[in-house]
Design a protein around this ligand. Structure first.
Ligand code: CS2
Length: 500
């Protein structure tokens, strides 16, 4: 999406809000009185269409609390788009009917960490920050995806250890701010991971404890004991914004918004209810589920939704499908996903209390097919080395332990390997985005053209496959056979051959 297109309509901003047509939903509270409560790290489209909306829904007009300061840990573009419009943006809901629009008001400011790390650190350290939520994507945790351990040799982690007052990583910011709060005798804030990672709360907690231990044992022990990191399961399909979103936001409001978000109607947020001093917005009033154990919800969502998403992303992209909607309209891919769910994932997945997994997957099928949401396969294919373990490989492990076969999972793993190879089925270059892209492609080049050698080279990445799977002859054989099928048949026919 380009932000430099010339737009005739006046820009969305706080002044324009006062004259908004009655048909557009606007904040019900006085923004000038909104107190600060949350810092959000990684202020991209997902959080603005999910956590920010749950929060917006529960702000009390009589005593408006829980305003949000967003932060970008890398690029200034969100701030550059949002600052001229006073942090306001349009959220477009795209379902079966006409698109509906609301203006979201709780984002008070966006900070750009690399421009002024001290300003972000000060904001997190301030006592009125009670929650620091995160959507920094899988790779933003600087951990080893197979084991969850902190990557101590990660360049940014090394930098943060050497420059604790000017961190670069989310972990570096959180630990530096927690250290400052402890020195000042303040209570900690609650770090709240909202990324698609298994046991995201426990994972983040472990990383904070490990990072702190590298410089200060007492701080590390304090974090271990006194800083709860609740787990969450977050769900809403939020594709990257397009020019069509800008046009629709303008049609709905009569104003130009350079930073709209567009999302499906569905949303779900399951949160472990463990916050410092019980301080959190009453998110349950907006439908969030506050529970004592998030794990079954998270495993369900990661394996069924995100696992199928990755399957459709790699096989679909290789087969020429631009979006998830196009991929799921292909009978072979649809049948493959149906079998993957029914025969391979669900039989080894414990259902959360009261949830019917068959009904859950029926609903997922309908969500994937929503024609109003154009979610690109290329976007989901990103960062596969960080996504595969929790989305697909944990199911492989459980089937393997039970002596069960997994032909659909093997095909998806092979499709990922083919995708990161960097050439599609027409021989065109793929823009592969993955923190391990250079290493993966180097290993494939050294392996040469033999399918078996290429698969073995990929399976050697223990950060992805762990020490167990890469050495398992049955797994090697299954993925190699699937890889050969992909070469022989192409992705769509290979999927159709397994479809039920
Ligand atoms: C997707 C997710 O990009 C991806 O990897 O699988 O962003 C997915 O859309 C969300 O997790 C849905 O809640």
């Amino acid at each position: 999406m380009s932000s430099d297109t010339v737009h005739a309509a006046p820009r969305l901003n706080a002044r324009a809000l006062k004259h908004m047509a009655a048909s557009v939903t606007v904040p019900r509270y006085d923004r000038a009185r909104l107190r600060h409560g949350i810092v959000h790290l990684g202020i991209g489209a997902f959080f603005r269409a999910h956590g920010a909306l749950y929060t917006e829904d529960v702000i009390d007009p009589a005593a408006p609390d829980w305003g949000i300061v967003g932060a970008s840990l890398r690029k200034p573009d969100q701030r550059d788009r949002l600052a001229p419009q006073d942090g306001l943006y349009v959220a477009l809901e795209r379902g079966g009917g006409p698109v509906s629009a609301r203006i979201v008001g709780n984002l008070r400011q966006v900070l750009v960490a690399p421009e002024d790390p001290a300003a972000l650190l000060a904001r997190i350290t301030a006592a009125d920050t009670r929650i620091v939520s995160l959507t920094v994507t899988e790779k933003g945790y600087c951990h080893d995806p197979a084991t969850g351990a902190l990557q101590q040799d990660h360049a940014d982690i090394r930098y943060d250890l050497a420059h604790p007052e000017q961190p670069r990583t989310a972990v570096g910011f959180l630990v530096a701010a927690l250290a400052a709060r402890r020195r000042a005798g303040l209570a900690p804030f609650t770090p709240l991971s909202c990324d698609n990672l298994p046991h995201n709360g426990r994972l983040l907690h472990g990383l904070l404890v490990q990072f702190a231990a590298l410089s200060d044992d007492a701080l590390s022990a304090w974090i271990a004991r006194d800083v709860p990191c609740p787990a969450t399961m977050v769900d809403r399909i939020v594709p990257a914004a397009t020019e069509a979103d800008l046009t629709d936001a303008e049609a709905a409001t009569g104003l130009h918004d350079a930073a709209p978000v567009s999302h499906e109607p569905f949303r779900q947020w399951v949160i472990e209810d463990r916050f410092v001093d019980g301080q959190r917005p009453p998110w349950q009033r907006a439908g969030a589920e506050l529970v004592t154990d998030v794990a079954p919800y998270e495993t369900m969502k990661l394996r069924l939704l995100n696992g199928a998403h990755s399957a459709l992303a790699y096989l679909g992209f290789l087969g020429g499908c631009e979006t998830i909607g196009e991929a799921i309209a292909d009978q072979g891919l649809r049948g493959l996903v149906a079998r993957l769910w029914r025969e391979e994932i669900i039989p080894v997945l414990p259902a959360p209390p009261g949830v019917d997994l068959g009904a859950y997957t029926d609903q997922l099928m309908a969500r994937f097919a929503n024609p109003a949401v154009r979610h690109r396969t290329w976007q989901i294919a990103m960062d596969g080395s960080q996504k595969l373990p929790q989305r697909l490989l944990d199911t492989v492990r459980e089937r393997r332990a039970a002596g069960l076969a997994y032909p659909c999972l093997a095909l998806v793993v092979a499709a990922w390997m083919r995708y990161v190879g960097g050439l599609d089925e027409q021989g065109r270059a793929i823009d592969v985005r993955d923190p391990l892209a250079a290493e993966l492609q180097g290993a494939l080049r050294s392996a040469g053209e033999d399918a078996g050698a290429r698969v073995r080279a990929m399976l050697g990445f223990t950060a992805v496959f762990g020490a167990d799977l890469g050495d398992d002859p049955a797994f090697v054989a299954a993925v190699s056979a699937a890889y050969r099928d992909l070469l022989r048949l192409g992705a769509l026919r290979a999927a159709a051959a397994l479809a039920r």
